[in-house]
Write a protein that binds this ligand. Sequence first.
Ligand code: AMP
Length: 133
Amino acid sequence: MATIFTKIILGEIPSYKIAEDERHFAFLDINPIAEGHTLVVPKKEIDYFFDLPDSHLQSTISFAKKVARAIDRSLKPLRTGVIVQGLEVPHAHVHLIPLYTHNQSMSFSNKVDVSEDRMKELAKKIAESLNTD
Ligand code: AMP
């Protein structure tokens, strides 16, 4: 059965989409731990991140870098943190977490409340900052 992320990639489930290329897809995490918390997903349905073939692992990191740069430009965090966890959804993905303060927690227990309108605005702002290097 297709993973929830594959359903998002195929447009069967809505998402706050940010970017897409032939092999990757990026969208806002629905339960963010910071405003602009983004997921970067290889379209290939592989559960464990480190089971991705080297070339795909590299392209996923390069794609994540583009999205992280767009987060940096648009939301102006101190920097963007990275977590690869994958304990909940069995489809490899990278969490990009904007860090706005030095003592900001990257714990998944610290969810933040973000309205639907703000989620739309965040996705739009990040998307508009892609490819503006
Ligand atoms: P993990 O697999 O532990 O890295 O966590 C999976 C992440 O996917 C969690 O942070 C969830 O909030 C997020 N997530 C699950 N379903 C969706 C969805 N439909 N749209 C956006 N994010 C999701």
